[in-house]
Design a protein. Sequence first.
Lengths: 356, 420
Amino acid sequence: MKVKFFISCALLIGITACDKESDKPDFDRGAMLVDINNIVIENAYSINQSAFSQLDTDANGFASSPTLENLETLRNSFELAYLNFQHLKMFNFGYFEAYEIRKAINTYPTDTVKIQENINTGTYNLELAENVQAIGLPALDYLLFGRNDADVILAFTTDADAMNRMSYLTDLTLKMKNEINAAANAWSTESADFTASTGNDATGSTNVLFNTFVQDIELVKNAKLAIPAGNQTGGSTLPYYVEGYYSGLSTDLAAENIRALKTCFLGNTAIGFDDYIRDVESEDVQTSLADQIATKFDDCEQAIINIGSPLSEKVDTDNATVQNAYMQTKALVTYTKTDMASALGLLITFSDNDGD
Amino acid sequence: MVFSTIRFLFNGWVQTQYIEPSYHFSYYGFEWLPYPSNTMIWVLFILVLISSLLIMLGLFYKAATIVFFLSFTYIELLDKTYYLNHYYFVSLIGFLLIFINANQYYSLDAKLGFAKPSKTCHKWEIAILQFQIAIVYFYAGIAKVHADWLIEGQPLKYWLHTANHWGITGDFLKQDWVAIVFSWFGCIYDLTIVFFLLWKPSRKFAYFFVLVFHLTTWLLFPIGVFPWVMMAGTLIFFSESFHKKLLSFLPTFDLDYRKLKLKKSSYKLAIILPFAIFQIVFPLRSHAYDGDVFWTESGYRFSWRVMLMEKTGEATFYIKDQEKEIEINNADYLNKNQEKMMATQPDMILQFAHHLGELYKDTTINRFGHSLVFHHPSVHAEVFVTLNGRPHQKYVDKKHDLLLIDNNLAERNWLEPYQP
């Protein structure tokens, strides 16, 4: 008995001793989370804070002097805010999720009837659920691009409801600026918990991040491409359902969204999911799954760029190219939901499993 | 079980797993089982809680075991999404407890006079529990004799990489050879542990390995209470004097016992023998099918294939009617767990397809302001899965109308061929 016990102890010690001859550096989920937070998430908050602050400044600049030049300035900051937001919306957890910031800033298609109604009455509570389709960037998209340049200026200057429309515009930009600032402030304390939660269970940050990451790829596939292209309506296209319908930014936003997701995947230049995958893989793998997924991101981006603009017209005039972009995005979803989830033991679930 | 039920209730899983989803995956042969109302689901959970508490105290034992077995099994049969081998194990033990008089020694029944106090029990009562544990280990061991497990060290290679490393074992657990060693150890452990537990000279040593094995899995993987069930359960192999020593810290109360002695007695043959035969035969049914059981999953459940494969899938469903085709968002009908489980299990893919067929038959739906009319839709799926670290492969091709395929026990020829 005792002899056997000692033999097994010796074996265990022997095995542990071999530890030192390891040929793979120890990958640390905690270090990955720190890098993704410091380099990707905090950057996303920072560029959005400045973009939405600039947007509000320029809206007020336009309000005090509604010239065509100021309209152009405002439209430029609108475009920058919209593009930057693609970098932030995937981090849908913590305060950002609890206060539904993504919904408040980017629910489309926007409800033009509701917007006009609010402008007419001049009294509204933008926090109410009934107004969720009358606020955010899509509402701005309509207000700033819904008519030709001269008519936009007229709508904000000489139309009967011009005063109200201008107030509505600045109310919207102020609301968004405050929301982004509040989420950024919350994150400055939440980020410590995020980087500390290094476990492999469903509530661990790696899993939480992976789930919102995959969800955001699926949003590109479904909301940005499949729905307008008619894939959920038996082939009847829905041009009005594209993101950025009035500005025609749809394709750019989709491409930017894919670039943002790729940045998260790579941890930008630091440690990201790609390094985690390489750590798990065997040495003798021919093409790393990390490289395959990175390539897939590029394929998606290129397929989306190939669509051209505006997407609202392309869904009818060149549906095949839109379908190709959709298929590429679907393939990316497959890679992340099968190969990547499996390799990293990531859970798209919320309770125990015994592996069967 | 008390702890486990409280944990289940505490985690809000009753709501998310059993009440919120609009569809539930019934078991083959149990489709007739009515799905209880929301209130009744809570009642069932309360029944499990109370009856397991009573069994622990040994109060109203007979009734409690029957209520426990029925309510627990009923819950398990509601949705195969949540199938776990250890829940099946608990159901089986619950069934056996009905026939075992485990309320005669240290129990409130005996103290309060509801049961005749006795210091003895029938040998078969212990033997059948030992047999059940032996079945679990042995078949789990047989299932591990597979090239993926023993040669590739998969899925342990992946799992050990991403396990909780507690800051110390990371480098070590990532070595490929460690996965192989762990795999072989697990396989040999499962195949032999029962023999070493049965043989008195090696018993304590074997139990040391039981503790090592289950504590290791508990520390590394999120697998709930199963390790604790097995660590406590295997104590059944120890002698009764050992158990008396183990429980000597408990407060005692005086009962009028006859002399302590294990006695042979009448077997409840009529029930126990068929039960035992069933336990031996049923896990073998996968061998009646062609193809790899990992791929087809024919006969996969109820056969003690535990922690054996890493299979992850993605399923996209399409409804077609004449020229019209729409893509389905699975999340509209299923919760995340159901979606995940369904994507890798052929019977669940079919069940969900048939459910969609029902929903879309002779129906007009409104999608984004568009009215769509369906009369005789066909349901198609494109499914990809990855198995034990292989690149994802096509599992189900979009060409099949899944409504034309019956969900039965036949060969699943409609799956794409497996490329190992």
